[in-house]
Design a protein around this ligand. Structure first.
Ligand SMILES: [Zn+2]
Ligand SMILES: [Zn+2]
Length: 240
């Protein structure tokens, strides 16, 4: 029997044994949707933000306006709110259950959000928030890199990966009890192997969820110390 038929047969059997159901609404997914974990309709129904935010006070920054807290190291660009059920399920499957396929709809949400903004990001470079090497090995991939690479492809901008590194092995931020503990946990966790590579650059830091903002603050601080001109932190969801 030719190889292709075997593969088809196997897929058919898998579809019968494990029907590709949308994680959010439970409908049977067809065609290209089968490579995802949520149907197109559910992803399209997620309410997206339409602006950028001050990470210190979460006030929306008016277009062309200034950051109300100039001491902030970055401008926050969240695609959606973590309170949305679809977003929560996607992030959960991606981050905690290592479902690589959940990365596609998440990146699509982020790219759609960016496209809805009145800003031009063509001069930006994407920098995924790095994981510590050991964490990345145990997970098998860095979720921020997976999202960052897809968004870069959507926008046609470069990715600078491997230069910003996480040298300190930290406990999970989600396990820290408050902002102070998160700040302590992540302090001095990042550094740049080649600081000059960020000099004068406009950087789009990418991560999945921001809760306290302590991780983004530390990463952005390093980028600014290296001479980065602008730092925007793009996340799939903000949890506050
Ligand atoms: Zn659905
Ligand atoms: Zn502010």
């Amino acid at each position: 029997m030719p190889r292709i038929s075997l593969a088809r047969l196997r897929n058919l059997a898998l579809d019968i044994l494990f029907p590709p159901l949308c994680l959010t609404c439970g409908t049977l997914m067809k065609g290209h949707e089968k490579h995802s974990v949520s149907c197109d309709a559910c992803v399209a129904a997620v309410p997206l933000y339409d602006g950028l935010f001050c990470p210190a006070c979460l006030r929306r920054i008016p277009h062309g306006g200034r950051l109300c807290h100039p001491e902030a190291k970055y401008v926050l660009a969240p695609a959606a709110h973590y309170g949305n059920g679809t977003v929560q399920k996607l992030v959960w499957q991606f981050k905690y259950h290592n479902w690589l396929s959940a990365g596609e709809p998440i990146a699509r949400l982020m790219a759609n959000y960016l496209k809805g903004l009145p800003h031009d990001f063509s001069g930006y470079s994407i920098v995924p928030v790095p994981l510590h090497k050991r964490r990345e090995w145990s997970r098998g991939f860095n979720q921020a890199y997976v999202m960052g690479a897809r968004i870069a492809a959507h926008l046609g901008i470069p990715v600078i990966a491997g230069n910003l590194v996480r040298a300190k092995e930290t406990a999970a931020q989600a396990d820290q009890k408050d902002y102070h503990a998160r700040e302590e946990n992540i302090r001095e966790a990042f550094h740049a192997l080649d600081p000059d590579a960020f000099k004068g650059k406009s950087v789009m830091l990418v991560d999945d969820v921001t809760t306290s903002g302590a991780t983004l603050h530390e990463a952005a601080k390093v980028l600014k110390q290296c001479g980065a001109k602008n730092v925007i932190a793009l996340v799939a969801a903000r949890a506050r």
